[in-house]
Design a protein around this ligand. Structure first.
Ligand code: PLP
Length: 410
């Protein structure tokens, strides 16, 4: 039912203004379609920022949500629960990891990973081995530690002294990484595909070089798979297609398909450095989130679903090529599976937001990654018909921005 007591305008009156949401208010979703409070429908190419991997209102997830909610939805970490144990076993079976720590978001999973890495180095080598190596343009969350480790200074400036012992290197620069990683390095944290930073895949040779340098200097390699994980790249985790295995992996976003849950996965030997009371959370590992994530993992780890992700990714690339043949706005298409970034060409530099707004006006929800990149992160099971309809609408949006004449810019 449409609640007429609130509207988009209410946001500006009662919310802390850290976001600038679209002018419409989404109200209902099913699969890859969303309806706003006015009843207009949208094709969802954004997936709640790479989160709703199985679309909206997935029947199996709804069933689990209802059943678990009626059974037990929170108990606190003074007790364990069957759903979280099942989920940990599933993730261990699917990955290099033996152990899991559950949190509620990507930032918290990374916070745990960074604290664990610092603790491992402290225990094994002493306080001097504390340096964390990260990469420019990376994004790891908004807690003060994770935002300081992230490589976008605009997000960590203006909050007083930052945590110490963090260095930022250029992404995909093997020589710089070899020079910088040394005896002082505690951990290297890297996204296998930089998401927020512009959808930039890591060169496999770069990841191999990071692995070698970490091994040579007793540092831990952390893969932040918050955006790339849970099927997004066409593999359950992106690392599984790189030939490089991290020591710690963080995952969130699609793990709960929108129910807030994150996890840090690691080996038994590394996990042993976190003893009782060293780290914790009230909600992390609650039975409701864990039950939902367990079903998500079961469904997404199906090889047929993962093959479908790769196929849909190719279809989007073909559709983008067709659009570009008409409008000539895209320079390069990057990414993997269903995490795709289309870099605007020089003539359209800085106009990603214009395309984003025009798309919404034509009934397509999509994402941008900085001022120059259109980003696509739809449901991993988006029906072909919705994909085609979304691109037909996008063609109208491109025409709105570029005008009718092929290649024309405003
Ligand atoms: N790490 C990566 C790679 C991300 O893309 C994000 C969110 O966009 C985060 C961490 C932070 O996750 P959350 O917003 O759930 O804290």
């Amino acid at each position: 039912m449409n609640d007429t007591t609130v509207s988009r305008k209410t946001f500006d009156e009662v919310m802390v203004p850290v976001f600038a949401p679209a002018p419409f208010v989404p109200d209902r979703g099913e699969g890859s379609r969303v309806w706003d409070t006015e009843g207009r429908d949208y094709i969802d190419f954004a997936g709640g920022i790479a989160v709703t991997a199985l679309g909206h209102a997935h029947p199996a997830l709804l069933r689990v949500l209802h059943e678990q909610a009626a059974r037990l939805w929170h108990i606190g970490n003074g007790y364990t629960n069957a759903p979280v144990l099942r989920l940990a076993k599933q993730l261990a079976a699917l990955t290099f990891a033996d152990r899991a720590f559950f949190a509620n978001s990507g930032a918290e999973a990374n916070e745990a990973a960074l604290k664990l890495a610092r603790r491992v180095a402290f225990d094994r080598h002493g306080a001097q081995k504390a340096e964390i190596v990260s990469f420019t343009q990376s994004f790891h969350g908004r807690t003060f530690f994770t935002v300081s480790v992230g490589g976008q200074p605009k997000y960590s400036e203006g909050f007083g002294p930052r945590p110490e012992g963090i260095v930022h290197l250029p992404y995909n620069d093997i020589a710089a990484a070899r020079r910088a990683i040394g005896a002082q390095t505690c951990a290297v944290i890297v996204e296998p595909v930089q998401g927020e930073g512009g959808v930039i895949p890591a060169d496999p040779a770069f990841l191999r070089a990071l692995r070698e340098a970490c091994d040579a200097h007793g540092a831990l390699l952390i893969f932040d798979e918050v955006q790339t994980g849970v099927g997004r790249t066409g593999h359950f985790y992106a690392y599984q297609d790189t030939g490089v295995t991290p020591d710690i992996l963080t995952t969130a976003k699609a793990l709960g398909n929108g129910f807030p849950i994150g996890a840090m996965l690691t080996t038994e030997a590394i996990a042993a450095h976190f003893s009782v009371g060293v780290h914790g959370t009230t909600y992390g590992g609650n039975p409701l989130g864990a039950a939902i994530a367990s079903k998500v993992v079961e469904l997404v780890s199906d090889p047929a679903l993962l093959a479908g992700v790769r196929e849909r990714g190719e279809r989007i690339r073909a559709k983008l090529a067709q659009l570009n043949a008409r409008f000539d706005v895209i320079g390069e298409v990057r990414g993997k599976g269903l995490l795709i970034g289309a870099q605007l060409n020089a003539r359209h530099a800085g106009r990603a937001k214009d395309f984003h707004t025009a798309a919404a006006n034509r009934g397509v929800m999509m994402l941008i990654a900085g001022p120059d990149v259109l980003r696509f992160a739809p449901s991993l099971i988006i029906p072909e018909a919705d994909l085609d309809e979304g691109f037909a609408r996008l063609a109208q949006a491109f025409e709105d921005v570029c005008g009718r004449a092929p290649g024309a810019s405003r």
